[in-house]
Design a protein around this ligand. Sequence first.
Ligand code: FES
Length: 167
Amino acid sequence: MSNNKVSRRQFLSYTLTGVGGFMAAGMLMPMVRFAVDPVLQKKEGGDFVLTEKKIADITEVPERVDFTFEQVDAWYKSDITNAAWVYKEGDEIIALSPVCKHLGCTVNWEADPAHKNQFFCPCHAGRYEKNGKNVPKTPPLGPLDQYEVRENDGFLEIGKAIPNTLV
Ligand code: FES
């Protein structure tokens, strides 16, 4: 027969410690979950946003395509509208960011009558070639960013902006 009898004091001590620990875990778990929940959320469909632009309608002339996605900033959700200049180069679909690499204004296709077949930034007369390459001796010092693109059931999906791969 064992001599390790548990005294009444020890029994109460173990019981209260166990119950106290259980209650503390019950209170802390929701707080921890609340704190890390946005980090654990899975993004559906990856980083690509479905647009209303049909692949078949894309031509060799750059056309502005707007797209909206939901941005989650911690617990705050908002709809962000972005744009891309989209055109076809052979079978390849190109989508360029409209954000000027000088100071961030929005560039437009053939907005300067003196320079056809180029993107033009109205803020400081920055210019870019069709592939996004900045025209030397204009303010921008780098090419327009490019968006990742893919097709989804005949429609264009636009992904994240990446450095221009065309120049
Ligand atoms: S912001 Fe585009 S040229 Fe200055």
